[in-house]
Design a protein around this ligand. Structure first.
Ligand SMILES: Cc1ncc(COP(=O)(O)O)c(C=O)c1O
Length: 348
């Protein structure tokens, strides 16, 4: 199977498995797991943040941040396709007591400008209007096709938010992909934000785990919220050991994943009934519109599955994500199968 559904489907590398077997462990609820402590120190160093916390999932990291930055009754301003709003249940309401204020990005990139954000902010409004408690940004932006927010845009949004005493949380599930595409350090992309979450288990290929980073006092509180959510793990150093390899080794492979995504996008753009702009594919996510093929996205995905290729249908679009378990040959095979399922002529 050539599995392009997500970059979460990767299997741990042999080096990760060896590190997991050899990991020194302790009880992390007592703060005594040396491998987790090392991972947290290393992540904080790399991101130039005061402290880091190992959490089981990206969703737990994001929602812990939402809880800590806001008060019940406030709004979270977020791009309308943002993961925190669309794919983390309604946790921001159920747990933090907040609601989302979704904002459309006018150029379709998913990358908001300050002007777009500022139009959605509520402060000093009438007392019956819910005030803004947090701005949440996402880099790279999953549902917008892996688009990236530049360091300058991130700095602009965060500076202006801070002038208004508003915190900014960065959902950096794929921040290493963004950093690779922008030729920036992850520290430069994350520095202006008050908190950042990144995933070890997406493009970096670890089997489990994400990191939440911020000031030390924030991370101290986050540790308590993590426990409240049932995320206090014990000898999870076996997972952190794979995370350390992911952090140190996996970013080197991302340029290849991005080149594979670009090749896939260019091949798809040659199909007359497929809508995609390969120029906009800058990381490892390829989203293409199949509404002119005369078939539904789900029907296309079902036929692809029979031919050994997995992708995800979303409405009239299909998403394919590259990662280290898919080679260039795999991409060429996927393109061949896509050509034969979709066809070379436009549907009339
Ligand atoms: C942008 C983004 N943020 C957060 C998450 C949540 O991560 P997890 O699945 O580990 O909860 C995902 C997962 O796909 C994601 O794509």
């Amino acid at each position: 199977m050539i599995d392009l559904r997500s970059d979460t489907v990767t299997k741990p590398t042999p080096a990760m498995r060896r590190a997991m077997a050899d990991a020194e462990v302790g009880d992390d609820v007592y703060g005594e797991d040396p491998t987790i402590n090392l991972l947290q120190e290393r992540a904080a160093e790399l991101f130039e943040k005061e402290a880091a916390l190992f959490v089981p999932t990206g969703s737990m990291g994001n929602q812990t941040a939402v809880k800590l930055h806001t008060k019940p009754g406030q709004e979270v301003v977020i791009e309308e396709r943002g993961h925190i709003y669309n794919f983390e249940m309604a946790t921001m309401s159920a747990f933090a007591g907040t609601i989302a204020r979704p904002v459309k990005s006018n150029d379709g990139s998913g990358i908001l400008t300050w002007d777009e954000i500022s139009g959605a902010l509520h402060f000093n409004s009438a007392y019956y209007v819910a005030p803004t408690g947090l701005i949440a940004i996402e880099n790279s932006h999953n549902l917008a096709g892996g688009s990236v927010m530049s360091r300058e845009r991130t700095e602009d949004i965060c500076t202006r938010a801070h002038e208004r005493n508003l915190p900014v949380h960065l959902d950096g599930a794929r921040i290493f992909n963004a950093a690779t595409a922008l030729n920036e350090s992850v520290a430069n992309l994350a520095r202006p934000a008050d908190s950042v979450m990144f995933c070890l288990s997406k493009g970096l290929g670890a089997p489990v785990g994400s990191m939440l980073l911020g000031e030390k006092a924030f991370i101290d509180e986050a540790r308590a919220i993590r426990k409240m959510l049932g995320g206090g793990m014990r000898q999870a150093g076996v997972l952190a050991a794979a995370g350390l390899i992911a952090l140190e080794e996996s970013p080197k492979g991302l340029p290849e994943d991005h080149a594979n995504a670009k090749r896939l996008a260019e091949g798809l753009a040659e199909l007359p009934s497929v809508r995609i702009d390969p120029e906009k594919v800058v990381t490892n996510i390829v989203i293409f519109d199949v509404s002119e093929t005369g078939q539904t996205a789900d029907a296309i995905c079902a036929q692809l599955r029979e031919r050994g290729v997995l992708a995800s249908g979303f409405g009239s679009s299909i998403r394919a994500v590259t990662h280290y378990d898919v080679s260039r040959d795999g991409i060429e095979t996927a393109l061949r199968e896509l050509r034969s399922v979709i066809g070379n002529t436009p549907h009339v």
